[in-house]
Design a protein around this ligand. Structure first.
Ligand code: UDX
Length: 442
């Protein structure tokens, strides 16, 4: 099939590359010249395991091309995917200026073309309910008739994006057109060979599905975070409680890990957008307000513990940090708890020294008060008063504990991701704080 993908950000680049891998011809469009040049020169602009090999293979086979020429892309494709940013507005709602802007340009181009070829315009960006209708209206205003708009939300996780795209749990397609359903089904069938469903629904249901899935997961994490805080007060171990709960097949084991709050480009933004839309339609989902509020507090839970340990005074204390990215296997810093933690530590007069295997360059854009960025895992520990673990990178899971002890001023660890066994840490002689489990070594 002939496809174009408008927007070569995270979703666009992964989708375009994976569609090409299935044998489709994909034209990726972007108006950011710097990014475009990099892509044309064979440089993958995001960090995503497995992407690079597919990217090069499909460029070589000439199934994947990059351009800033929207007209060329529209004229040479049957399905047009909108993979545009929908940033959070000041009031929490999703800002649709990019989606609507491109929809207008597509309208103009199709009009110039005398509306002669049938096109499907697919919203892959996370957009609030009603956007399919709004995009349809924009095209209709240009007198275009020979088209359908489809909502096809993307559920990929950073770090597993290629895997998720190639083997999705489900494909959701929202449309009112039989013809569009048929074509979309044909496009996606190779991706669900193992039997996962292609779910067809009206556009509104599809649009809500994306927000519902992300908000539900955010709520699940938030429940576990509050439960963990409670467990600490009553001598329960949240790890054991989590296993006890997760063994119930109605609950399931995944996404029950407490920590320092969810971050990333999706959960915080989508929770807020759903709060906003539900209020607009006079049907507020009140639960989500609490989810958002609790999550903001949870991001600072380690700082609270740290202050308590040092009798509310961490001025001039050296605090080492392992992990800055909002989760492992990504260099993404968007809404990472580390940003809020470092800002708070700076405010309290601590000296922060950090290491992250991938996110250090990006971190510099998010934290103005520059902490020390180290190129090696053990360097920040040198003479530090405490170590904070903020991202559960695998390389932190089995460290040289003797070396850590010899470098740290105190053998003191605050682990926001529960990566170590409490019994083991006690045996090794650390004072070890974690989330929802007793403090050992005090
Ligand atoms: C998420 C959704 O999973 C994906 O389907 C959607 O398309 C985009 O948003 P992503 O943002 O890549 O993906 O991250 P994810 O792995 O879902 O983690 C989100 C946040 O939740 C992270 O900050 C992570 O640390 C936190 N988390 C996750 C927990 O705190 N506990 C858990 O058990 C799981």
């Amino acid at each position: 099939m002939k496809l174009s993908v408008i927007g070569t950000g995270y979703v666009g680049l992964v989708s375009g590359t994976c569609f090409a891998e299935m044998g489709n011809h994909v034209i990726c469009v972007d108006n950011n010249q710097q990014k475009l040049n990099a892509l044309k020169n064979g440089q993958v602009t995001i960090y995503e395991p497995g992407l690079e090999i597919l990217f090069h293979r499909n460029i070589e086979k000439q199934r994947l091309t990059f351009t800033d020429d929207l007209k060329f892309a529209i004229q040479n494709s049957d399905i047009i995917f909108l993979c545009l940013p929908t940033p959070q507005d000041e009031d929490g709602s999703a800002d649709l200026k990019y989606v609507f802007g491109v929809a207008k340009n597509i309208g103009k181009i199709l009009k110039e073309n005398n509306d002669k070829d049938y096109k499907i315009i697919v919203n892959k960006s996370t957009v609030p309910v009603g956007t399919s209708k709004a995009v349809t209206n924009i095209l209709s205003e240009f007198g275009i008739k020979n088209f359908d708009v489809v909502s096809n939300p993307e559920f990929l996780r950073e770090g597993f994006a290629v895997e998720d795209f190639m083997k999705p749990d489900r494909i959701v397609i929202g449309s009112n057109s039989k013809k569009a359903f048929e074509i979309m089904r044909e496009l996606y069938e190779p991706f669900v060979r193992q039997g996962n469903p292609i779910l067809e629904m009206n556009p509104e249901s599809s649009e809500v599905t994306k927000y519902a899935a992300n908000s539900y997961l955010a709520m699940r994490i938030t429940f576990m975070n509050e439960l963990a805080n409670f467990c600490e007060k009553v001598s329960a171990n949240v790890d054991l409680v989590r296993k006890g709960m997760g063994a119930d097949s109605r609950i399931g084991k995944r996404f029950l890990f407490p920590g320092i709050g969810y971050g990333g480009s999706c959960f915080p933004k989508d929770v807020n957008a759903l709060i906003k839309t539900s209020e607009e339609f006079n049907s507020p989902i009140k639960l989500l307000k609490v989810v958002d509020e609790v999550n903001r507090q949870q991001k600072l839970v380690l700082v609270k513990k740290l202050l308590q340990h040092f009798n509310n005074d961490i001025k001039n204390k050296k605090i080492a940090i392992w992990g800055l990215a909002f989760k492992p296997n990504t260099d993404d810093m968007r809404e990472a708890p580390s940003i809020y933690i470092i800002k708070e530590l700076n405010k309290l007069g601590a000296k922060v020294s950090t290491y992250d295997p991938a996110a250090m360059e990006n971190a510099k854009f998010y934290v103005d008060e520059i902490p020390e960025y180290c190129n090696e895992q053990y360097e920040p520990l040198n003479n530090a008063d405490a170590l904070l673990i903020l991202t559960e990178w695998n390389e932190f899971r089995n460290p040289d504990f003797d070396k850590m002890k010899s470098l740290l001023k105190n053998p003191l660890i605050f682990d926001g991701r529960n990566i170590f066994d409490i019994e083991k840490m006690e045996e090794l002689g650390f004072i070890y704080y974690s989330i929802g489990r007793k403090v050992v070594g005090l």
